[in-house]
Every structure is written in structure tokens, then in C-alpha cells.
Design a protein around this ligand. Sequence first.
Ligand code: SAH
Ligand code: SF4
Ligand code: F3S
Length: 461
Amino acid sequence: MKKVYIETYGCQMNVADTEVVFSILADAGYARTEEIADADVIMANTCSIRDNAEQRIWGRIEHFRSFRKKRPGLVVGILGCMAERLKDALLDSGKVDLVAGPDAYRSLPALLSAVSEGHPQINVELSREETYGDIKPVRLDRGGVSAFISIMRGCNNVCSYCVVPYTRGAERSRDWKSIVREACDCFAAGYREVTLLGQNVDSYLFEDVDFADLLEKVAEVSPLLRVRFSTSHPKDISDKLIDTMARHSNICRHIHLPVQSGNDRILEKMRRRYNREWYLERVRRIRSVMPDCGITTDAIVGFCSETEDEFRDTLSIFEEVGYDAAFMFFYSERPGTLAARNYPDDVPQEVKTRRLEELISLQNRLSLESNRRDIGREYEVLVEGPSKKGGLRGGDGDQREGDLRGGTVQLCGRTSSNKMCVWEDSAEGPGAQGSGAHRPGDYVRVRVTDCTQATLICELA
Ligand code: SAH
Ligand code: SF4
Ligand code: F3S
């Protein structure tokens, strides 16, 4: 059996896609390996969202090729968004043998059998229908508690800075019946959390089932199955969705609502199709229905022609919303996008870097303030496993096996609002189960006693 090794970059959708690829390849008789040196086929599932994401992949390709010396017939392949964006240019580089775009994974077995020295293979055809809805993903080991379910592909929004509509093609929704079936399979296999994935989940529509309906159907699989989703677009997040979340306690109280900028002129130029006031109204609506809902965001600083005052509007909307967490980036021009064709990338790099640092340090304060407000409160958390960083004492390295001392183990898990908690779990103490410490997939009640900017430090309640 030939062995395949895949490294996954980019967003959660790429993780879900790698699971689909392993399933397609398993059916064709390939085995999966986690040891790069053992592989007959080495592939990277890639991301094009920012230039540095692509630069990192070029470095990895060089590394993959170094295994050729020991393994002559080794195939090096590129999957995902960079495959779709660069197409033949990847083959022309002479560095890769196989290129397959996000809608071409069913052809991987054929491409792999056809590939040979001097005969590279490529399929970057995009599809209007492909959703891989019938494929049962081979789950990558992420602890066995939380699984990703892809509910749609592509994007029709064409935000001016963004490469995704070009790399992933037109938006299409997957049959809701196959989504619900996959959620049931996950639950039966012991998973206790599923995250429904799409670039703009609020525009999901299959037959007459919209995203709120779909969310409800998945929530009804079991009250013990937590349901999360990502990403919501502020222009499309509906009252119906917010009300549906509120009706089901197992739909997690967390919305990732990328704002991108707090300034109306920049938002317009980004083609986001909402303004600051619209965004703030959506936040007020979410909080009036679910006061405990976590809200996180993405933002870009230094977009074409952004002035200092316009950047200050991003700082002020962060302050006004008080995000629980955020992913922040400086603008990276992507060839072929509307912005690249129409607007000069004219904010100097040192200004972009300084604005980004300023925004990150503001968010660090907001994250800490958000966590401090939780001190003294109790939460139900879903146990994910031993805490990885030993957060209680901080910084004492990787402790995958848990910190076994005096009958206690340090566990971690998330609140419904997506905050990471760590606590000493004991077989005896308050809240403990007679049979011993809690296991991944259990729900436990914890009380927050302290915090860092990234973590709630808790005890069993
Ligand atoms: N579909 C999601 C975003 C997916 S990309 C949405 O619409 O919100 C994830 C994040 O990458 C974006 O939210 C944006 O903040 C960032 N991003 C996208 N294109 C970028 C670019 N050209 N430069 C810098 N950041 C970018
Ligand atoms: Fe990109 Fe906009 Fe689509 Fe998100 S909604 S993937 S930012 S084009
Ligand atoms: Fe990157 Fe493609 Fe996802 S560009 S962020 S891997 S959709």
C-alpha cells in the first residue's frame, strides 16, 4: 500500500477538506501516514489568503523535495487554494508533480496513478455542484471530541481584498440531509461538538432549508452535542438565526462576526456591504437576545488608502464592542482581486505594522477585561483533554499526558462562549465523579477563580 502524508494550512475548511481527501484516497487503496519520511506521496493542502501564507508553502515544497534523495518515485503534490490560484505556474516551477484544486479531489486517485517522472498531473477545474456531500471524512485526530462539518463551499461575496472567491469558486450549499447524517455519525462515534463550516454560513440554502433551519436540525441530533458554526457575515446574520440559537442551549453562545474595519469609507471600498451602524446594531441585537454570547472578529489594517483617522475607527469599534478575541492582519494585496486591480496598495509597510501592533495591544487588553468579568462565575465546559500548556503554573512545557500529581490532572475545555478553561481535576474533590477524573467528551461545571488574557483558570464547582 502506498502511503500518503498531508500537511494542512489555512482555515478550518482546509482541515475538513484534508479529511475528505484521506477518505477518497483510502477508498483507492492508499494508507495515511503521519511520518513524512515514510511517505510515497507528500502533499500540502494550501492557503492563499495572504502572501506570507504562500511564502511559507514554497519553503515547505523545498523541504518535501529533499526526501526525493532517499525515495526516488516520491510524489510531491499541492492541493487547495494555492493550487487553484497558481495552477500551471506551480508545475512550471518544476518543483511539484501534482496540482489539484479544491473541487478536484475526486480525481486524485486518477491523477496519482498517471503521475510519473516528467509527467506531472493537474486538475484545477472548479465546480458549481461539488460539495463532497456523500463522502465520509476520515477524521484527523484532534482529540476525538470536536469535529468539523463542511456545509457549503465557495463564496459569492467578492470582498475587494479577498482571494477566496477565485480559489474556491461559486457558493453552493450541501444537502442538509447529508449534513444531519454526518452530525449523527459524529455523535455516535463519541464526538460531542460539531462546527458547521462555510465562508458565509448565513447564506446557506438547500431546497427551502436556510441556515437557521439547518442549525436547528443539527442541534436536535442530541442535547449532548454542542453545535458551533463559522463564519457569519454581518450583512447576512438574521434575527431568525439569533432567535434559533437562543432556543437551543446546545447551540454554542459564540458568534465569529468579522468586522474588517470600523470605518464606513473603508468598508465600502472593501465591498463588505454593511456599515458601522449596521454592524453595531447586529451586535446589540445579539446581546439583547443572548447577553452571554461571546463575540469575536477579524480585522484588516492598512487597506488601500486607509488614513490614520480611519484606522482609529477600527480601534474605536473594537473598544465599543469589547470583543472576546480577534484575529488581526495587515492588508496583503492578492493578485487578481478587485482591490489589486483598482486601488494602489499605498499604506507603507511600517505604518501597517505599527497599526497592527496597536490594534493587537488594544485587543489584548479587551480579552483580559472580558476574562476578568468571568471571575467568580460558573460555567459548563466540555472536556477536551489534558491541558497542553500546564496553564495553572504557566509555561512548563508540553504536558500532553496531563500533570499527574497527587491524584489530580490538569484538564482543559471550552465554555459555550468558546473561552478556554483549565482546572485541576481530581477524583475526590467537589464535583468529582466517584469513578475518578473526568474524560474528554464529559461535561463539567467549573468556577472561574483567575485568568490570563487567553485562559480562564478554574476549579471544579
Ligand atoms: N469568509 C470570512 C473570511 C475568510 S478569510 C468572512 O467573510 O469573514 C479570513 C480572514 O482573513 C478575513 O476575515 C480577513 O480578515 C483576512 N483576510 C482576507 N483577505 C485578506 C487580505 N488580502 N489581506 C489581509 N487579510 C485578509
Ligand atoms: Fe472573502 Fe468576503 Fe467571501 Fe469572506 S465573504 S470569503 S472575506 S469574499
Ligand atoms: Fe486560505 Fe483558502 Fe481557507 S485561501 S483561508 S485555505 S479558503
